[in-house]
Design a protein. Structure first.
Lengths: 387, 244
């Protein structure tokens, strides 16, 4: 029997992870991506392997997804993860006040934590602001954004998936019954245009999901919400450092290579193809980041970038909006068959987003195959180029 | 200072399919304190959607956006515009050398990744394996317990800058040889034998161009020289072993 062919639009985290999941279930998979691998939001993620502590007060569904996926990713893709844990640091009385609800949230979401005195904290992370009141150690981690996607994509390729990069979707092909049957693409490597046919098309374009859905006359309530990240030229810490406060601007500092990266902010935009760097926000990152790690003020800025989160519209906006993901079967929402959209979510939950999407795709294609990605170690990310 | 706007001409290498490559000029307003990758991305966003270039993290952890800028290898996400061009000036942007060009500024770096894999370079290591400066990276706790991503970001710039990289397609090249040096910290893995050949440590002409362009403190040139010493020591040791 001929394998069903699924085309995934977008080679960000969700697209790469969904390609892996579907290929592992034995489907024929092609990914089309208008740019390079993870050249949109995913590549520009902060790189925090969340333990869920950031969300455990106001968004416990996301928090539970994070801690569960965090533990899975540590097992299946240790090749790109710094598993050094994280700290939630209280710098003032209002942070200490916030910690009561936060500890309840950790308990409710089963996020393990260990209280540390200021002295114990400075023994393990000597560059943290010595005026801290208390800190809690949690199982955060950090990861390399490009390489985690390469590992998923390499494993997908090893199971037969194809990746067509620099290939932009110009139109969705819709038959007389209103079913999406393929897409028209522009190959920017050769400057040629062609048509691809599929039994199912998955729109995994994150913040751009609304634009692609619109090509089919479908509606996806995604709100592109960028934020700034600033890299500084010294690796002051080995752990992810979070301010123990309500999610706000510049409250996370992460180690990466020989840097630390401070993020982020949150505002809404309509056109997300190019988001200019906003200099006031860069200043804000320096202020907020150096409150956690004073030494940041004494080193050079190394890079600045904007990353656009895909938030699911729910009436709430910005930091109030949930960070959960949603998969839309457009047959149910818009009467359009053969077309599924996955958006929202976070880098840490990429595997779970892929599982949910693949479940829906398989159900629609009448295929009974269980998801195996939680138990399947990924092959070396370097194989991405060899396959 | 921050409100200053410059007019800069970006002379970009273009190539599609089997067509002949050419340079195309794009004039654009930029801020001198912006990073070059921002400008390249704006050319794609607002001037020409057919332009292809690789990029991901935008802060020098992924290594995707290496290009030749005025003939010199630069990681464009951390290269300030004011450091490579002046107001009313022209800056030439080309793909890395010594790799096949896929399209425009995109090259195929498959060989680099395979060579790093073949020498057993570890992408994640204990922080004490690649220590530096005053030990900030190591922290002060139980140092060996901390894991971090290796310095090498696999950007390919050292290979682009290497004057002997293309003398033979089988040369391991600076990134993989530096990777072999890291791998050789783990004894008995056979890597010293692997690199003790003409396509290994002995092809390097000690030009140190690799170290000069490395954006990530790997200093491949110095590592290749260290590796040569280890290879020689290994040869001597094996003579004694065979005499016993």
């Amino acid at each position: 029997m001929k394998k069903p062919h699924v085309i995934i639009i977008g080679a960000g985290f969700t697209g790469a992870a969904t390609a892996h999941d579907l290929a592992l279930r034995g489907l024929d998979v092609t990914v089309v991506e208008r740019g390079a691998l993870v050249s949109g939001t995913s590549g520009r993620t902060h790189g925090l392997l969340h333990c869920g502590g950031r969300y455990c007060v106001k968004d416990q569904e996301s928090a539970i997804e994070c801690i569960e996926e965090n533990l899975i990713l540590r097992k299946i893709v240790p090749q790109v993860i710094e598993p050094n844990g994280g700290l939630f640091v209280a710098l003032d009385e209002s942070d200490v006040e916030y910690s009561k609800g936060w500890l309840e949230g950790c308990e409710a979401c089963e996020i393990p934590y260990k209280p540390l005195t200021p002295q114990q904290t400075l023994e393990i992370e000597p560059y943290i602001n010595p005026d801290l009141k208390i800190a809690y150690e949690v199982p955060d981690g950090t990861f390399d954004p490009l390489r985690i996607a390469m590992a998923f994509a390499a494993t997908a390729k090893s199971n037969g998936a194809k990746f067509k990069l620099y290939t932009e979707v110009t139109e969705l092909v819709i038959d007389n019954s209103g079913r999406v049957t393929g897409l028209k693409v522009w190959d920017r490597v050769t400057d040629e245009r062609s048509e691809l046919y599929a039994d199912m098309v998955v729109n995994a374009t994150g913040a751009w999901a609304g634009m692609i859905a619109e090509m089919a006359g479908a509606n996806v309530p995604v709100i592109p919400t960028p934020g700034v990240m600033v890299a500084y030229d010294e690796r002051f810490v080995n752990r992810a450092i979070n301010r123990l406060c309500k999610p706000s601007d510049g409250d996370i500092v992460l180690p990466q290579r020989r840097m630390v990266v401070v993020g982020t902010t949150s505002f809404e935009v309509d056109d997300m193809d190019y988001i200019p760097v906003i200099e006031d926000q860069v200043e804000l990152m320096l202020d907020r980041g150096s409150a956690l790690i004073p030494g940041i003020r004494d080193v050079k800025e190394r890079g600045v970038y904007m990353a656009t989160r895909p938030l699911i519209g729910s009436g709430l906006t910005g930091r109030s909006a949930a960070r959960t993901f949603k998969c839309f079967d457009h047959k149910e929402s818009d009467g359009i068959d053969g077309f599924v959209t996955i958006t929202g979510g976070k880098a840490t939950t990429l595997r779970r987003m892929a599982e949910k999407t693949s479940d829906i795709v398989c159900q629609k294609l009448d295929i009974e195959m269980e998801c195996k990605t939680a138990e399947t170690p990924l092959i070396s990310y370097r194989q991405y180029h060899a396959l | 200072m921050s409100n200053q706007v410059w007019m800069v001409t970006f002379r970009i290498f273009r190539k599609k399919g089997n067509l002949k490559p050419y340079f195309e000029d794009f004039q654009m307003e930029v801020k001198p304190g912006e990073y070059l990758l921002e400008a390249v991305e704006r050319i794609w966003a607002f001037k020409d959607r057919s332009l292809t270039f690789a990029h991901a993290c935008h802060h020098s952890t992924c290594g995707a956006c290496g290009m030749r800028v005025n003939g010199k290898e630069k990681l464009t996400c951390i290269t300030l515009i004011k450091d490579v061009v002046d107001d009313d000036g022209t800056v030439k942007v080309e793909p890395l050398r010594n790799f096949p060009v896929v399209s425009d500024l995109v090259v195929d770096m498959g060989n680099l990744f395979l060579n790093l894999e073949s020498v057993g370079h570890h992408p994640v290591i204990s922080v004490v394996e690649e220590p530096y400066q005053d030990g900030i990276a190591a922290g002060k706790g139980s140092e060996a317990d901390y894991i971090r991503l290796s310095d090498c970001i696999e950007c390919g710039m050292c290979i682009s800058a290497c004057p002997v990289a293309t003398t033979t397609s089988t040369y391991l090249g600076p990134a993989a040889l530096a990777g072999a040096m890291q791998a050789s910290l783990n004894p008995d893995n056979g890597v010293l034998k692997l690199v003790d050949c003409a396509d290994g440590v002995w092809r390097c002409h000690s030009a140190y161009e690799c170290s000069e362009v490395c954006p990530s403190y790997v200093e491949p040139g110095r590592k290749i020289m260290q590796l040569r010493r280890k290879v020689m020591a290994e040869r001597i040791k094996s003579i004694f072993r065979s005499n016993n």
